[in-house]
Design a protein around this ligand. Structure first.
Ligand code: HEC
Length: 105
């Protein structure tokens, strides 16, 4: 492999990482099932009414980045005493991001 070709490959890898959608490894459908299965909405409904989803869409929502979304998912699941696998957290992130947050990176 010559140097120019190696540089090309490295550039390609760097680009796919930089432009990867958040939670791109996650499966939003599976995340929605996890959300329902663990009754994630329960407390959010207590505070915000309806189906609880305005917690994600209100103007003063807490979460401003994909990274903090991932952190919050972990906090809430820890509060519930859940030991979620990383792929379950990734799926939850994919679901919440697809339906509500819509972070691009
Ligand atoms: C024991 C109650 C409770 C349960 C159950 C719960 N949450 Fe939460 N959740 C909270 C509270 C409290 C907040 C913070 C609300 C605020 O900002 O005032 C929150 C906030 C969040 C936010 C951030 C909302 C924002 O402001 O943008 C996300 C995302 C979230 N929860 C995800 C989850 C997920 C995923 C689950 C299920 C694994 C879950 N929550 C289960 C209580 C709970």
């Amino acid at each position: 492999m010559n140097i120019r070709f190696s540089a090309f490959i490295i550039t390609m890898l760097a680009c796919t990482t930089a432009f990867a959608e958040p939670f791109s490894q996650g499966n939003a459908e599976a995340g929605q099932k996890t959300y329902v299965h663990y009754k994630c909405a329960t407390c959010h409904i207590d505070r915000f009414g309806g189906d609880g989803s305005t917690i994600f869409t209100r103007a003063d929502r807490q979460i401003k980045t994909a990274a903090s979304l991932a952190t919050q998912i972990r906090k809430c699941s820890t509060n519930l005493g859940l030991m979620l696998f990383e792929d379950e957290e990734e799926n939850l992130g994919a679901y919440l991001n697809r339906n509500y947050y819509k972070f691009k990176q």
